[in-house]
Write a protein that binds this ligand. Sequence first.
Ligand SMILES: NC(=O)c1ccc[n+]([C@@H]2O[C@H](COP(=O)([O-])OP(=O)(O)OC[C@H]3O[C@@H](n4cnc5c(N)ncnc54)[C@H](OP(=O)(O)O)[C@@H]3O)[C@@H](O)[C@H]2O)c1
Length: 279
Amino acid sequence: MPILTGHARLAGIIGWPVAHSRSPRLHGFWLERHAIDGAYVPLAVRPEDFATAVRGLAAAGFAGANVTLPHKRAAFALCDTVEASAQRAGAVNTLVFHNGRITGSSTDGWGFLANLRAHGVNPVAGPVLLLGAGGAARAIAAALLEEGVAVTVANRTPDHANALAADLPALRVLPWEQRNEALPDHALLVNATLLGMQGHPPLEIDLDDAPQTLAVADIVYVPLQTPLLADATARGLQAVEGLGMLLYQAVPGFRAWFGVEPQVDGALRRFVAADLLPG
Ligand SMILES: NC(=O)c1ccc[n+]([C@@H]2O[C@H](COP(=O)([O-])OP(=O)(O)OC[C@H]3O[C@@H](n4cnc5c(N)ncnc54)[C@H](OP(=O)(O)O)[C@@H]3O)[C@@H](O)[C@H]2O)c1
């Protein structure tokens, strides 16, 4: 931890719980790399204290904060200005405090697209089949639709997919059971469910009929190599891991709070990944 001066820039991540968050490690890496007079700290805030805590951080001179579960919707309601990205995602994960005003944005969709492009996958190459209708799926669907690409969502609970489509009318809905036969019509498959995550069963999907041009992205990053990605790789399909999305979604916040454009590269990836390995 460097010695801070009285001019230090401050930011952090607000969650409940927050101890599992990798964001302090990620932002800490960039702060050290750029020798910035600043700090990024974990902020464990109970839901009932959220508004008080955010206003307090702004009053105390913080530059802003990330917001994680369970506060993403509460953050949306608290902002003076909500950027288009957050309007589309229906949630806020990045707060910037400036002149007593709170501006909120959602960087998950941007991070997802940036990670795809970093892997050489063009998000608008063709229709996208998106599995899941939770918070992350919503941000991804909104970002893809904004790019002008056709997106079909399939989710275990149809009501959740329909609710998403009600908010994002361009979204098509497919029954969860039809995900396999839909694969040949798509250029990109995205897993935005919990399936494949440590402690959860793997995603059941049959890539036998997948075209060789299909790219497969998983946003689960624990483990780094999910069963879905291993299967896609074994079949010679382009596979995009989820850690990159986590790294890229942090870029806009860091730039806004600390005034430096940070890079996502192999050194950062290795540093954050080292904390994800079992044991
Ligand atoms: N890489 C990144 O930067 C990043 C960012 C955000 C999230 N994530 C990861 O993305 C995943 C989803 O996060 P989230 O915040 O969107 O979670 P969420 O809001 O809780 O949504 C969970 C989704 O998973 C589905 N699901 C859960 N169990 C299932 C099962 N047994 N079978 C089929 N579907 C199931 C849910 O379907 P129902 O609607 O039927 O319940 C829902 O669509 C997590 O693994 C998270 O770690 C990664």
